[in-house]
Design a protein around this ligand. Structure first.
Ligand SMILES: *[C@@H]1O[C@H](CO)[C@@H](O)[C@H](O)[C@H]1NC(C)=O
Ligand SMILES: *[C@@H]1O[C@H](CO)[C@@H](O)[C@H](O)[C@H]1NC(C)=O
Ligand SMILES: *[C@@H]1O[C@H](CO)[C@@H](O)[C@H](O)[C@H]1NC(C)=O
Ligand SMILES: *[C@@H]1O[C@H](CO)[C@@H](O)[C@H](O)[C@H]1NC(C)=O
Ligand SMILES: *[C@@H]1O[C@H](CO)[C@@H](O)[C@H](O)[C@H]1NC(C)=O
Length: 435
């Protein structure tokens, strides 16, 4: 709550700064218009010469994602190994065959051929589904679940900000980060740290933030223009016309998958995570390098046999009417996971056929189950919190962070600080003690 207020305030300060800069901005704008005209002119010439015979080449693009990494089911706690080799312990990727016999014989409903070349949703109108409003199971639901059920059939919304160009060229790793309009400080730090777009050993790494609309009117008024300006500067925000609410995180997942399918036919790998995590891109690349079989790759902080939470006070409470099985399929915490691009494209067609589920990472687990792909649990992904003891020294130990792929969860200033420590002349001993 206090955090929100702070953000709002810093948003307002930014507004004032923008006003003060207005004159400079006008000059800048005039220059920009001339620049744009020049680019348009050049593009016309360019298109004219290369378009023949390759009509879709220019349309190839990219996309991204993000999530809230908290345990949604009561799962057995995995015992953490008490020692982890500091250097590359995660490289020993013992990948079991992840696909069961007979899998993948299903014909995709959405095939590569049916891939739209642009975002094809332009209408936001979706009226509530009143079909079950008189049914007993529905009237007994809490308000937020009623809201979810009434709009569950509204699957896709138009885009407010798009970057069809993001995946052009050979993008090796696309980092997609779930964020919301108000968290510009988190995005700012991510751009300066692990989300920096770069080419590492010839591998292109790109970054995108995934946003919906701010959920309160006040936030929409204060933040939408700022988000647009931020995107104008950095060109790394995808935004859709749905409310950024907790239950709508699943929409963020499905929209990203559809976007990826549309614009990123050649991207090799996708990292999808939250905007409050620490990520080591270097370790991701080393991990991918060492896992030679990159088909059906889905790796993260996976929990097996999580039970749906039935206590109403809990954030992850799910009523029986919504899910009546005793366990969830295996799923990776949404705070940060890694998958290969081909699997992401297959996940799109499954996600398109399943009923939406209010918890985004469980929903993705359900999609993986349909594909009969078992996600891989890896100890370098810590999305469900580092250690249960918050005052543990590990939370401040750079050598520990250096050996990880994802660590949940850090506020912007802590992230910046840890990033600087990890990237300083850090000398780490062979072993780091966990717990
Ligand atoms: C969507 O709603 C707006 C106003 O609510 C209306 O003017 C418009 O015709 C609607 N469009 C469609 C396709 O139903
Ligand atoms: C509501 O029920 C009618 C009749 O069964 C059906 O045609 C319609 O698609 C349903 N509406 C939604 C939004 O599912
Ligand atoms: C999700 O977003 C849609 C579109 O903005 C909205 O109508 C719906 O109420 C939202 N759902 C929830 C559960 O917040
Ligand atoms: C569980 O839910 C499914 C689908 O909603 C329904 O077909 C089934 O009868 C339910 N089972 C029980 C035991 O309630
Ligand atoms: C948490 O860790 C700190 C420092 O390692 C220790 O002093 C404290 O007793 C621990 N607390 C619990 C509840 O284990």
């Amino acid at each position: 709550m206090a955090e929100d207020q702070q953000q709002q305030q810093s948003g307002l300060e930014q507004c004032e700064a923008l006003v003060n800069n207005r004159d400079r901005w006008r000059v800048y704008k005039r220059g920009s218009v001339m620049f744009v005209l020049a680019v348009v002119g050049l593009t016309v010439v360019h298109r004219g010469s290369i378009n023949i015979g390759a009509p879709f080449q220019l349309e190839r693009l990219s996309r991204m994602g993000g999530s809230e990494g908290v345990k949604h089911g009561a799962a057995q706690e995995d015992k953490m190994p008490s020692y982890l080799g500091i250097k590359s312990f995660w490289k020993a990727s013992k990948r079991q065959p992840v696909t069961k016999a007979g899998a993948n014989t299903q014909r995709p409903r959405i095939t590569e051929d049916s891939r739209p070349r642009t975002w094809d949703v332009t209408n936001s109108n979706c009226s509530s589904n009143l079909n079950f409003s008189s049914q007993e199971w529905f009237t007994g639901l809490e308000d937020n679940f009623k809201q979810f059920m009434l709009y569950r059939h509204c699957r896709y919304f138009p885009m407010l900000l798009n970057h069809p160009e993001k995946c052009t060229g050979d993008v090796y790793l696309l980092m997609v980060i779930k964020s919301v309009a108000t968290q510009h400080d988190r995005r700012e730090v991510i751009r300066k740290t692990w989300g920096k777009e770069q080419v590492i050993d010839g591998k292109k790494v790109k970054t995108l933030f995934l946003l919906g609309k701010p959920s309160s009117v006040a936030e929409r008024v204060h933040h939408q223009k700022l988000v647009e300006y931020e995107d104008y500067i950095y060109r790394d925000i995808l935004q859709w016309d749905f409310l950024d609410s907790f239950f709508n995180l699943t929409l963020k997942e499905t929209h990203f998958l559809k976007w990826f399918h549309t614009y990123c036919p050649t991207v090799r790998f996708v990292f999808k995570g939250d905007d409050d995590v620490f990520v080591s891109v270097e370790n991701i690349l080393e991990y991918l390098e060492s896992s030679n079989d990159a088909t059906n790759l889905f790796v993260g902080d996976v929990i097996f046999k999580a039970k749906p939470i039935r206590k109403k006070e809990n954030k992850y409470y799910i009523p029986q009417a919504l899910y009546n099985k005793t366990h969830y399929p295996p799923y990776a915490g949404g705070g940060g996971f890694l998958m290969d691009g081909t699997l992401a494209r297959r996940l799109h067609w499954v996600a398109d056929t399943l009923e939406l589920y209010p918890i985004d990472d469980v929903f993705l687990g359900m999609c993986l189950e349909v594909l009969q792909v078992t996600p891989i649990k890896h100890n370098a992904f810590k999305t469900f919190g580092l250690v249960r003891n918050k005052s543990s020294k590990l939370n401040k130990e750079p050598c520990f962070f250096k050996s990880m792929i994802v660590v949940h969860k850090l506020l912007p200033s802590d992230l910046m600080h840890m990033w600087n420590l990890v990237n300083s002349d850090l000398v780490c001993s062979q072993k780091v003690e966990i717990l």
